[in-house]
Design a protein around this ligand. Sequence first.
Ligand SMILES: *Cc1c(COP(=O)(O)O)cnc(C)c1O
Length: 373
Amino acid sequence: MIPVNEPLIGEKEHIYVGECLDTGWISSGGRFITEFEDNFALYCGRKFGIAVNNGSNALIAALKALELPPGSEVIIPSFTIISCALACVYNGLVPVFVDSEPETWNMDPHLIEAKITGRTKALMVVHIYGHPVDMDSILGIAAKYNLRIVEDFAEAIGAEFKGKRCGSFGDISCASFYANKTITTGEGGMCLTDSPVLSEKMKGIRNLCFQPQQRFLHEELGYNFRMTNIQAAIGLAQLERIHEHVKKKIEIAHTYNRLLNELADNEILALPMEKPWAKNIYWMYGVVLNKKRGVKAIEIQKRLDQKGIQTRSFFFPMHLQPVFQSMPWYKKERLEVSEDLFDYGFYLPSGLTLTKENIEEVAAALKEILDGI
Ligand SMILES: *Cc1c(COP(=O)(O)O)cnc(C)c1O
């Protein structure tokens, strides 16, 4: 079986984790937390890093820190992970869904203004599968309507917009270090910001809003979102090799591109792309079947599975999620690009442990299946 993803764990991870175990610093104190925060913030071009226990909670902490009025609307892509919508809902905010661009699969900036109302207070930008969003458009809209920006770069750690790293845009940027991300801590996440005020707020939120002066006197509601020193130890070791990870992801994509180009030329499927202003890290190598051929992703995925190749379906759009349909803000709508992406898109094995032979096997299997229908 060729797995859809596998983390790449090196010798340094063992050494650093060993240090945690040997010294007893296994909870959320210890040298690795601050070193990981500082170095990851530096890598992304940010002043402050606030490590948390996962990427979903990073988004919750970020939106909470912005202190938007209850019921404010936050514009998010429909084609994303549910964490983005949950962060709104758990903060008493209303997610407003925007459809995707057919080429990059990112939220289409041209569709945002039509969704802005008097209650809109923030944009949540998500760089899907490693391709950055057109940040010039986003920053322009945010300035025009006075909106805050939360950047979810969980899938785009190491990606760049016009030479500037993802993770450096907007008020707060949120990363995930889940096992399939560019670098991993097993479970983990981080909020980045340039604002000392937001940084302090998020440090409070992740730590039950204990107060520096009087620890057990609470003036705000917090959470326990703390990352452990053990997680940070793994993260720091991974971060030392991040350039290698990013390079490997791009190499995997280029190899797939070369092998699957013919299918793309014949309009059998669409491959990931890279806008001239973008550095795509190809976090996951997604392909989208040509709708006109009438074959859905799930059928091809089943056939690949029979050949020992694991794949993963694309996101199911947020505007169709059953769990949201009973919410007071729910609106029935059609967002065709997102819906088609779910029906016709899936991603191929893209993990950092993939060999050239693995990629050739996947490409050959995919070609054979698609030739036969
Ligand atoms: C992985 C991911 C997250 C959340 O990460 P967890 O660490 O699994 O909670 C959030 N947003 C996006 C876009 C992701 O891909």
